[in-house]
Design a protein around this ligand. Structure first.
Ligand SMILES: [Zn+2]
Length: 120
């Protein structure tokens, strides 16, 4: 019997993993540390990003900023900030992943932009 483990998901940053999806060798000087507790709340963050969230339940809907969306294809969770688009490939586990993807930032730069990076 072949066991088919589900493929590792790309949203490991939500689980406290330390490695980013792409380890970038130019970020050799990692002075500081990520402070997850300083991330904005998902509700606050997505509002700042201009997303209009609609719908009830655990997953809210919004027009997807990652493709030329005409209807709300993006689903987001306000508890963790996870997001997934039903039309394009965009998905992630938290607002940090959203910020990295939307602005093409590294993990650290996104953490800094969101005020969740503690310099040392
Ligand atoms: Zn999309």
């Amino acid at each position: 019997m072949a066991e088919r483990a589900p493929p590792p998901r790309g949203d490991g940053v939500g689980a406290g993993a330390h490695h980013g999806p792409s380890h970038d060798s130019t970020a050799g000087r990692r002075r500081g540390r990520f402070r997850r507790d300083r991330l904005p709340t998902p509700a606050e963050y997505f509002r700042q990003q201009g997303l209009k969230l609609t719908g009830g339940g655990g997953w809210k809907s919004a027009v997807c900023p990652f493709h030329d969306d005409t209807r709300p294809s993006l689903r987001v969770r306000l508890d963790r900030g996870a997001f997934r688009c039903m039309s394009c490939e965009a998905h992630g586990g938290d607002v940090l992943a959203f910020h990295m993807k939307r602005y093409g930032l590294s993990f650290i730069d996104a953490a800094k932009a969101l005020g969740a990076w503690e310099e040392r």
